[in-house]
Design a protein around this ligand. Structure first.
Ligand SMILES: [Zn+2]
Length: 309
């Protein structure tokens, strides 16, 4: 019904549209699922649908303000640096939610609700329970285990999942008929089933090139190279990159590629298979450690240690 401008998630979008259509919107939503599958894009789109009076026209002042992030009645709380959301911030926002509104709704959009400190989450509970009229809180999380059960019990939970490479490849081919099929294939594979990321990579050739360069560099991690050269590589990468996300994404892609190509040609030994599976688990572990602000260099070096057989 609406143009969500997103790949997949048909079932989830239908649920949301049904809530809008039936006038059955609840005052709090939590979208849960892997990072970069497009959850927060959907949240922003939903905010736009709710606030625009011309059926998501993209041209009225409301739409323009929302798209540039300057809409007074739509408060966005996000931090891409992994910092926690503190009680002072929530107090401040609750006060803003109580002010008179000009738009259809007062909206609070929280990206990464797992970053709420327990105090901040508790402070938000009362508003989640009895929000001011026409107020909605829409949150996303990629780590639902870190969200207080008392929060989860007060929201409508919508779960999102990542997609297979093949699905992403097909959708990208539909969306970008002019792009080189080889590039699409590469992007689908590098995006690790995350549609939001696939689009970002395909639309940003500089970023894609960075990923491909990283791929070539990281290949040495699965070779029998001395540990100190791997540590040096990590140092080089961290000098340029503030966040080790790309490292971990590309490394996951690399290990998965090795694992699957090995299975296809039936040359992989059970030991080797286990080695790759263990590496994938260690990579995920590193990712969750980094979310808790563990020193990036130490975390990546620890991962490099696991690559030696
Ligand atoms: Zn509009």
């Amino acid at each position: 019904m609406y143009n969500w401008n997103i790949i997949g998630h048909k079932k989830q979008l239908e649920m949301i549209e049904q809530d809008i259509e039936s006038g059955n919107l609840t005052h709090a939503y939590l979208f849960s699922g892997p990072s970069r599958v497009g959850k927060f894009s959907i949240v922003k789109r939903l905010a736009n649908i709710l606030q625009c009076n011309n059926n998501l026209c993209n041209t009225c002042p409301t739409c323009k303000q929302l798209q540039s992030g300057n809409h007074t009645d739509t408060i966005i709380l996000r931090s891409d640096e992994g910092e926690s959301i503190k009680i002072e911030q929530i107090r401040d926002i609750i006060a803003r939610l109580q002010m008179t509104k000009q738009a259809n709704y007062k909206l609070l959009l929280i990206k990464g609700a797992e970053r709420l400190t327990p105090e901040a989450a508790n402070c938000l509970l009362k508003t989640l329970e009895e929000p001011p009229p026409n107020t909605m809180i829409i949150m996303t999380t990629s780590n639902i285990r870190e969200i207080l059960p008392t929060i989860i019990s007060r929201v409508r939970l919508i779960k999102f999942t990542a997609y297979s490479n093949k699905f992403i490849e097909e959708k990208l081919t539909d969306l970008y008929p002019d792009k080189d099929p080889d590039i699409i294939k590469q992007v689908a594979s590098l995006s690790l089933g995350k549609s939001g990321k696939a689009i970002r990579l395909l639309e940003n050739s500089e970023l894609l090139q960075k990923y491909l360069n990283m791929y070539n560099v990281l290949c040495e991690f699965l070779e029998d190279k001395p540990l100190y050269t791997k540590f040096e590589t990590i140092n080089e990468i961290l000098k340029e990159e503030k966040s080790p996300d790309e490292f971990l994404d590309v490394f996951t892609h690399l290990v998965r590629t090795k694992l699957h190509s090995g299975i296809d040609v039936d040359t992989i030994t059970p030991e080797k298979k286990q080695y790759y599976l263990d590496l994938l688990a260690s990579t995920e572990e590193t990712r969750s450690l980094l979310k808790r602000n563990i020193n990036a260099r130490l975390a990546l070096e620890n991962l490099a240690l696991k690559t030696t057989i």
